[in-house]
Design a protein around this ligand. Structure first.
Ligand code: KIV
Length: 303
């Protein structure tokens, strides 16, 4: 029996303060946002500090994207990243993300073979990585994977248009759906993914007018990257948005900072300070009381 006046908890063995996911955005709220016309902000993140900053900025969803292969691990494409690597990064993000739902991205080769493979690996991202939901690319044969994962009570985000895991087949990193036939195929795929159980859909590098029509038709939110302003939300890659590398970015990226330049300048100053002896100075060092220093020196004298 609870103490008089104490409220009966739904989970009596769980102290309220330690309830997992307390403060998490409820997944169905994304449908509410779409219905109200409230735009959904999504960003990728690959470590705990980034997740904390994204959470504080108010994003609804954090995607631990397989773009990690390129922007974190230095590969030329997203293909080589492994599930173990994705779980390691996802774990770091989920330790720090309080309110945003964390999407664990299923890397290439972890869901193509069978529904069983897809479910087993989605479970690993959730159980070991702490992901709230998962994402996979494609439609067609992947509809069955989406159904199987959703039937296992794991939320699935779809991803169509430019799907980087099949960039070779698509002829490179290029916009999709630019003929009537291709646009119609995207439209049908979007509807099929919704019917298969996706809770949201990424549209990447799709003409704005096509994405607008898809967004209008679907009841689940569309999250655009290079798909125009009519999508229900937008996603950008952390390193793109913050300008964390020099040189060109894709057409659809808006750089909100040029941190690579700032970091380069800061590192240059650091190296110069170390070489000149300007760092460390008094405020960066620890002291020892005079009498202790005297005793220390006296002790050394007897050696
Ligand atoms: O892996 C990723 O970061 C993505 C985004 C580009 C949507 O899939």
């Amino acid at each position: 029996m609870p103490a008089p006046g104490a409220e009966m908890s739904v989970h009596p063995r769980q102290p309220a303060a330690a309830t997992p996911g307390a403060g998490k955005l409820p997944l169905p709220e994304l449908l509410g946002m779409k219905a109200r016309g409230d735009k959904i902000s999504v960003i990728t993140a690959y470590d705990a500090q980034a997740a904390r900053l994204a959470d504080e900025a108010g994003v609804e969803l954090i995607l631990v994207g397989d773009t990690a292969a390129m922007v974190v691990l230095g590969h030329e494409s997203t293909i080589p990243v492994t599930l173990d690597e994705m779980i390691f990064l996802t774990r770091a993000v989920t330790r720090a993300a309080r309110r945003p739902l964390v999407i664990g991205d299923m890397p290439f080769g972890t869901y193509e073979v069978s529904d069983e493979q897809a479910v087993a690996n989605a479970i690993r991202l959730v159980k070991e990585g702490g992901a709230d939901v998962v994402k996979l690319e494609g439609a067609g044969r992947m509809l069955s994977r989406v159904r199987a994962i959703a039937d296992s009570n794991i939320g699935v985000m779809g991803h169509i248009g430019l799907t980087p895991q099949s960039a070779t087949k698509l002829g490179g990193f290029r916009a999709q759906g630019r003929t009537a036939e291709a646009a119609l195929e995207l439209y049908d795929d979007a509807l099929a993914l919704q019917a298969a159980g996706c809770f949201a859909l990424v549209l990447e590098a799709v003409p704005a007018a096509v994405a607008a029509r898809i967004s209008e038709t679907l009841t689940i939110p569309t999250i655009g990257i290079g798909a125009g302003a009519a999508c229900d939300g937008q996603v950008l890659v952390w390193h793109d948005l913050l300008g964390l590398y020099p040189g060109r970015t894709p057409r659809f990226v808006k750089r909100y900072a040029e941190l690579a330049d700032e970091i380069a300048a800061a590192l240059g100053h650091y190296v110069a300070d170390v070489r000149s002896g300007a760092f460390p100075d008094e405020q960066h060092t620890y002291s020892i009381p005079d009498e202790e220093l005297t005793r220390f020196r006296e002790s050394l004298g007897t050696r």
